[in-house]
Design a binder for this molecule. Sequence first.
Ligand code: F6R
Length: 600
Amino acid sequence: MCGIFAYTGKKKNSAKLVIEGLKRLEYRGYDSWGIAYKSGKDIHIHKEVGKIGEFKIEGSKFDPSNIAIGETQDTQVAIGHSRWATHGGVNEKNAHPHFTEDKDIVLVHNGILENYKELKTYLQKRGHKFISKTDTEVIAHLIEEHAQNHNFEEAARLAMQEMEGRYAIVVINKQNNQIVAARKGSPLIIGVGEKEFYIASDIPAFLPYTNKVIYLDDYQIANINEGKIKFYDTQKREEVEKRIIEIDWDEESAEKGEFPHFMIKEIMEQKDSLSRAINQDPSIIEKVAKEIRSAGSIYLTGCGTAGKVAMVAQYLFGEVSKLQSHFYFGSEFLSQAGFLNKKSIVIAISQSGETADTMEALEMAKEKGAKIVSIVNVENSSMARISDFVIPIKAGPEKAVASTKATSSQLAILTLLAYAMDGGIIIGKQLLINTTSQINDMVNPRYEDHIMKIAKKIKDIESMYIIGRGKNYPIALESAIKLQEVSYIHAEGFAGGELKHGPIALISQGTPVIALVSNDQHKKDILSNSIEIKSRGGFIIGIAPENDEAFDFWIRVPDTGETSPIVNIIPVQILAYQLAVLRKNNPDMPRNLAKSVTVK
Ligand code: F6R
């Protein structure tokens, strides 16, 4: 959700470099983009509505490859932004970078400035003129206001003290070649090269140039000037030293390779990503299992797909570990505040580790003294850093907006945790090793061809439903999300037993219904639900280890016992992808969605 990329250093043509960096952040989702670069004393700005890939140099006054700033300037300074609209419509005026009247101060911003109305009214009274409808423009003017009496860095610092909400900002000014970057609640990472720096919302943006990174923390400001960087903590009111971390994600794993889209590449990678999840050092899982066992109350949280995984965990903890836990979406967690205390433990599930609603739940839990565990893919993310314990899922970069391999890896970690809490991590690991080896039968072209038959048959339908029971009920909900977000078909998941209490009225001749079946105590009941639907004209797509008379179309999955959620979601991921492609949607960047939802 919104991408920031900035560069300062000696590389020529930083404008082009920033555009390339923004392209690598495209997976985050956006509707407009823009850049600003220094040339001599001037700051030039260019903004566009639409995708960077669709931008045609022909016919445009702006040609980044012809910007001769290398010749006029030794130190290159450029900032760029891809915008996912929050305040103000999608148009060039509202796209970033935003600037003050004579472009003295120019900035890009992710997040939401919650008190922008009050600040804008105050600044208008002071004579500032605004041209956009955004909250971001207010920040540029606020810094300008302070810059009347302070140097650039100090002005940014003072502005930050007045800003409420979550944000990441990168600011440049006309007077010198400094870049000031600041964060509170939205990710901002600095890539460190040879006397050069990259600033981005996510690591893949600068991974072709460096794997040395510095994570900016909340309330911290980075000031980069002529090849040197300094950090200031606005809460401690002092300079701070920051550690450079070398990360081991190679660029290749963030590229599509031979696949047409990231989504299918990531689905097909699941055998490897699952192996990485389960073969990591078990000591952290055993340690966390002990903490959960001794906690007074156990809470699980997450949003969207990660929320559905957390719901599966609730079943696993109950059935395998015989422990009661409570699940709430991150956005619904606030109402539980009164129950949290020092004996509570809160387990957050997240791919990005940056989701604003989940983060807010964790911040609230921390305030109440609860212990925090995060199960995340991005190991140095905000959630990881606020947590007492972190279990990395090791899925590798997930770039498609729709989560696939991170989901199965999260499910694997939670299965291990459930078994570890029952004193049997070895049994859990063996089960998962067995599951992983059987996934080979699913992530191959023959399996895809079989699912394509049903994708072609249902590609033009308006609605479809998914049913499951027990721990496959949350997987029915997750299946619905997967189908909705990339195929744009109306899809809903239900608990099989709930059908006759209302939803069965939706079934008419030919309505496709996916039944998630596994060889567990729910098998008989979910098959009867399927028969009930079939006898009302429904078309049953059975995802199951064995075929059944209830099914009109059967997708075979391996019989893996307790890990059925992992194997049952994979064919749905493939189906959702194929439907997206058949319906000519872009599965990697679905409309209106963003990979990392850093606003509430
Ligand atoms: C759907 C999807 C989203 C995310 C949700 C939370 O495929 O990916 O529903 O699961 O936005 O994101 P993370 O896991 O990054 O906290």
